[in-house]
Design a protein around this ligand. Structure first.
Ligand code: ADP
Ligand code: MG
Length: 582
C-alpha cells in the first residue's frame, strides 16, 4: 500500500525533485531524468541507463562516479519517452559516445531505440545492451527475449567501470554484453504492489501463496506454490540458478560468483539475511567461491513483497572491473577520490534543439501536422461520448485523457513544424507530448503507436505507403508487447490489430495509401463496434466487466474514429484539386 502522495499524476515528478534535492552531491536534474553533477573526463563513454520509476534505487540512484552518467526516469512503471531518453543522453554525453543499458521491456526498447536513432542521425555514436537476466521470462534458446530484473546492476556496473577505465564505446559494449551473458536471476513474489492513488494492487498473489518467476511490474509468474520456509526458498533459488550455468563457465566447482539477493520493496532485510544464510551454505557446498555478496534492495517493484537471487559468474576481466570504486546516491563500493563539479550551464536546454528535416520530409511533416490536428478535432467532437463509454466499466476519463493528449501532441507538432522539423521529428515530438500529458493507459499506448510510426517516416525524403504501413505494424506490436492485451480482451487492440493487418495487406497488394487506409479504417470501425459483445480482461475495466457487456470499448472506439478521420484527411489532401493547387 502506498500512503503518501499529493496528486497521483505528479508523483513521479515530485519524487525526482526530492531525490535530486537530497542528492545534489551526485546528480542534477535535466529534462527527462538526471545526470551526474560531477565532471567526467572529456571523451569518456557516457553510460545512460533508465526505465520507469518505482524501482528505486534503479535507475536514478545508480548515477555517479564508477557507475552511470545519466538515468532517464519515466513515469511509474512506464518507459521514459523517446524525448526523455534523448535529452538525458545529450546532457550525459562527454564526446565519447553514448552506451545505453536497461532492462529488456518492449516499451523501453521502443523509446531507447528511437532516441538512439535520433542521436546517431546527428552524428553521436551509440550502442545498446539490454539486460536479459530473468531466466523464467523465456527459455534459454530465446535468451534475447528475457526481461531484465536485478541483474541490471551487474551489467550497469561493468559498463560504468569499463567507461571509467577509458575503454572506448565498442569495448564498453563488448564487456557489458559479456557481463549480461554471465548474469542470471530468478525471482518470487508474495504480494502485488499498489501505485499512488490506485484503489487496487496492480496484481495480487493469493494470501499465503508465492508466485514464481514474477516480473518487476507484475508480469505473470510461471507457477504458484505455497510460501516455503526461508531455507526452502534459498534451496529453490539456488537450484534453479545452478541448473542454468552460463556458457563459458567451465566448472561450477571453483567458479567465482557474486550473489545478489534483491528485495523487491517490502521484504525485510532481516528476512533476506535468513534466506541468504542458507544461500551462502548451498553455494559453498557446490564448491563456488563467493565474491562480494550483496543483500539489499537494488531493483524494487514499488511496494511489492518478494525477492530475487542473481548470480554473476566472474572471470578475471569482470572481476577486476568489479573492483572499480563506485559512489552513487544508493550504491557505494570502495573509495572514490573527491570529484570536481560539472559545468551545468553547458548542457542546459538540450531538449529544445530541433534538427531540420530535408525539403521532402518537411512537406510530409505538414501532412503529419494536419493529421494530428484532425485527431485533436475528432477527439473534441466525441469527448463526452468517450467519457460516458469509459464510465460504464472504467473511470470515465477516456475522453478528457485523449483530449489532453491529442492537444499536447498538436502543440508539439506545431512547434516542430515551425522549427523546420521533418516528418519523423514532428510525429515523435507529438507522440512524446501525448504520452507525457494524457495520463492513463491509453495515453501511453498512443505514445507507443505514434512513436513507432514516426521512426519509419524518417527526416529525409518522402515516406511511401510501405513505410507508413510498417510503422503502423510496429506500433501495433509495441502496443501488444507493452500492454499485454490480446485480440478479444476488449481493448483498443481489438481495433488496432484488424486495422494493421488490413492496411498491410492492401499496401502489399499495391493499393495507394489513401485507399488502403480507408479500407483498414472500415475494418477498425467494424471491430470496435463488435467489442460491445466482449467481456473486458485487461485494464481498469476488468474489475467491473459485466457492466460493460452491450457497450463497446472506449479505447477501441476512439481509435476507430481517429483512423477514419485521418483516412478522410489523407483522401482530401491527395485529391487532384488539392494537388493542382500545391
Ligand atoms: P485508463 O484506463 O488508465 O483510465 P483511458 O481511460 O484513457 O485510461 O483508456 C482506457 C482504454 O485503454 C480502454 O478502453 C482500452 O481500450 C485501453 N486499454 C486499457 N488497458 C489496455 C491494455 N493493457 N492494452 C491495450 N489497451 C488497453
Ligand atoms: Mg479511463
Amino acid at each position: 500500500m502506498t500512503r503518501l502522495w499529493n496528486e497521483p499524476a505528479d508523483f513521479a515528478d515530485e519524487m525526482i525533485d526530492g531525490f535530486v534535492a537530497a542528492n545534489g552531491r551526485y546528480v542534477r536534474r535535466v529534462p527527462g531524468g538526471v545526470v551526474r553533477s560531477t565532471a567526467s573526463p572529456a571523451g569518456q563513454v557516457a553510460v545512460v541507463i533508465g526505465g520507469g520509476s518505482g524501482h528505486y534505487p534503479a535507475f536514478g540512484g545508480l548515477v555517479g562516479p564508477g557507475l552511470a552518467h545519466g538515468a532517464a526516469m519515466g513515469n511509474l512503471f512506464a518507459s521514459p519517452s523517446t524525448q526523455q531518453v534523448f535529452s538525458v543522453a545529450k546532457a550525459a554525453d562527454n564526446g565519447g559516445g553514448v552506451f545505453f543499458s536497461y532492462g529488456n521491456y518492449a516499451g523501453d526498447v521502443l523509446n531507447f531505440d528511437a532516441a538512439q536513432e535520433r542521436l546517431r542521425a546527428e552524428g553521436t555514436a551509440c550502442e545498446t545492451v539490454t539486460v536479459t537476466d530473468d531466466i523464467f521470462s523465456a527459455t534459454v534458446d530465446e535468451k534475447h527475449k528475457r526481461r531484465g530484473i536485478a541483474g541490471d546492476l551487474t551489467v550497469f556496473r561493468i559498463a560504468g567501470a569499463a567507461a571509467a577505465s577509458g575503454a572506448d564505446l565498442a569495448e564498453v559494449t563488448r564487456l557489458a554484453q559479456h557481463a549480461n551473458e554471465r548474469t542470471r536471476s530468478f525471482g518470487v513474489a508474495f504480494t502485488g504492489c499498489t501505485l499512488p492513488g490506485a484503489d487496487d494492487p496492480l496484481f495480487t498473489v493469493p494470501e499465503g501463496r508465492m508466485a514464481i518467476g514474477l516480473g518487476i511490474h507484475g508480469e505473470p509468474g510461471i507457477d504458484e506454490t505455497g510460501i516455503p520456509t526461508a531455507d526452502g526458498l534459498a534451496e529453490l533459488l539456488v537450484e534453479k540458478l545452478l541448473a542454468e550455468v552460463p556458457d563459458g563457465v567451465d566448472a561450477v566447482r571453483g567458479a567465482r560468483v557474486v550473489p545478489i539477493l534483491n528485495g523487491l520493496g517490502s521484504l525485510k532485510y532481516e528476512e533476506m539475511f535468513v534466506v541468504y544464510r542458507r544461500i551462502a551454505q548451498l553455494l559453498a557446498d557446490a564448491g563456488i567461491d563467493i565474491v562480494d555478496p550483496h543483500v539489499g534492495e537494488y531493483c524494487t517493484s514499488f511496494d511489492m513483497a518478494g525477492t530475487s537471487l542473481t548470480l554473476f559468474w566472474l572471470d578475471d576481466v569482470l572481476e577486476s572491473l568489479w573492483e572499480t570504486p563506485v559512489d552513487t546516491p544508493a550504491y557505494r563500493r570502495g573509495s572514490v577520490a573527491p570529484q570536481e563539479r560539472s559545468d551545468a550551464a553547458a548542457t542546459a536546454d538540450v531538449a529544445d534543439v530541433i534538427e531540420p528535416g530535408d525539403e521532402a520530409s518537411r512537406a510530409a511533416a505538414a501532412t503529419v501536422l494536419a493529421a494530428v490536428r484532425t485527431i485533436a478535432e475528432t477527439v473534441d467532437a466525441h469527448v463526452g461520448e468517450l467519457g460516458r463509454l469509459d464510465a460504464i466499466a472504467g473511470d470515465g476519463d477516456h475522453g478528457i485523457g485523449m483530449q489532453r493528449g491529442s492537444h499536447a501532441a498538436l502543440a508539439a507538432a506545431e512547434t516542430a513544424v515551425d522549427a523546420g522539423a521533418g516528418a519523423r521529428t514532428t510525429l515523435a515530438r507529438a507522440a512524446d507530448a501525448w504520452a507525457d500529458k494524457a495520463g492513463g493507459t491509453s495515453g501511453a499506448l498512443w505514445g507507443v503507436i505514434l512513436n513507432a510510426i514516426a521512426a519509419k517516416l524518417g527526416d529525409e525524403g518522402s515516406p511511401d505507403a510501405a513505410a507508413v504501413a510498417a510503422g503502423v505494424a510496429a506500433g501495433s506490436r509495441g502496443v501488444t508487447d507493452y500492454g499485454k492485451a490480446e485480440v478479444g480482451d476488449k481493448t483498443l487492440v481489438d481495433a488496432l490489430v484488424p486495422f494493421t493487418s488490413t492496411l498491410t495487406q492492401a499496401v502489399d497488394a499495391g493499393a495507394r495509401l489513401t485507399d488502403a487506409w480507408r479500407t483498414a479504417a472500415d475494418a477498425a470501425t467494424r471491430a470496435a463496434d463488435a467489442t460491445a459483445d466482449l467481456l473486458p480482461r485487461m485494464g481498469r475495466a476488468r474489475a467491473h466487466g459485466q457492466n460493460s457487456v452491450g457497450t463497446p470499448d472506449p479505447g477501441a472506439i476512439s481509435l476507430a474514429l481517429i483512423v477514419t478521420a485521418v483516412g478522410e484527411l489523407l483522401t482530401a489532401r491527395k485529391s487532384p484539386k488539392e494537388n493542382a493547387h500545391a
